[in-house]
Design a protein around this ligand. Structure first.
Ligand code: NCD
Length: 309
């Protein structure tokens, strides 16, 4: 059985190098089958439950597409107002109940640590699809998969992470993997939205070069990839603070034209105003391809945790 059999996927810093390699290779194997017009039935007879207590388009739909592409079935809570959480049920009780219906659970919840709480309450594998401002490991894995596909390698790359590095769970998860892969990083955030100190500490231990700057243009001149993020409006206690910071960084045509030639532009989406639509026509604008890659990576994760890869 693989390194991921029976495991929860809660954070990227808990994934071994072996697991990372296995997820990427399984995703490309599944993708090749689908691209060739083939069908897969690895998850036949298996039931996935998706529990989403926060808005989602890509993450939930790509998990559900992944499960169905593998011949499995899906039950879901897409709107928390329609589940018993609205009656005051604890997450642990909801998880225990759902574990009686499904073979694995994918959960998104506004509270940091929520996926771990659910995982501790049940025996079936639990996959974190975003726990508040905590982590979003499956997004980070599809981001790495995308970088590999776009660049043809994961070696010797320089990556800029820009936007809301404080509350952005995607960059929290992704940064751990990037430094582990030896990438050189630029971190670009408006004042007050810098990468949390604890994550900076972990990253510095890997001994890679990390530059914190407010100069996005300069960072993009030296980067193979720029990963832009949305200012996470829903995490601000003070709406005035959000109003002041929104629009701090915007990638437009002028910025792309000054950037390193061939730069790949990524974004976990949804975007609000941080990449203007005129940028979409550039060959390096990878964000919709990135979103599509979510299906292959999630197929790999679903199959691996139940030993059906
Ligand atoms: C991200 C999220 O939910 O953290 N979206 C996603 O899953 N693709 C990013 C965001 O909402 O800004």
């Amino acid at each position: 059985m693989s390194a991921l059999y029976g495991e929860d996927i809660l954070r990227t810093d808990l994934l071994s190098d072996e697991a990372l390699e296995l997820i990427l290779s399984t995703a490309s194997r599944f993708e090749a089958v689908l691209e060739a017009g083939g069908r897969l039935s690895n998850m036949a007879g298996q039931m996935l439950a998706t529990l989403f207590f926060e808005p989602s388009t890509r993450t939930r739909l790509s998990f559900e597409a992944a499960m169905q592409r593998l011949g499995g079935s899906v039950i879901s809570v897409a709107d928390p107002r329609t589940s018993s959480a609205a009656k005051g049920e604890s997450l642990a009780d909801t998880a225990r109940t759902v574990a009686g219906y499904a073979d694995l659970i994918v959960i998104r919840h506004p509270r940091e640590g929520s996926a771990r709480e659910a995982a501790e309450a049940v025996e079936v594998p639990v996959i974190n699809a975003g726990d508040g401002a905590g982590q979003h490991p499956t997004q980070a894995l599809l981001d790495i998969y995308t970088i590999q596909k776009e660049k043809g390698t994961l070696e010797g790359l320089t990556v800029t992470l820009a936007g809301d590095l404080r509350y952005g769970r995607t960059v929290h998860s992704l940064s751990h993997l990037l430094v582990r892969l030896g990438m050189r990083l630029f971190l670009v955030a408006p004042p007050g939205l810098e990468m949390p100190k604890s994550i900076m500490g972990d990253m510095r231990e890997e001994g890679v070069e990390i530059t914190e700057t407010t100069d996005l243009a300069a960072a993009m001149r030296e980067s193979d990839v720029v990963y832009m993020t949305r200012i996470q409006k829903e995490r601000f206690e003070d709406p005035a603070e959000y109003e002041q910071l929104k629009g701090a960084y915007v990638i437009d045509r002028a910025l792309v034209e000054q950037a390193k030639s061939g730069i790949s532009i990524m974004h976990p989406l949804p975007r609000v105003d941080e990449i203007v639509p005129e940028v979409d026509v550039y060959e390096g604008a990878a964000y919709f391809r990135q979103a599509a890659n979510g299906v292959s990576i999630r197929m790999a994760l679903l199959a691996l945790v139940v030993g059906r890869e």
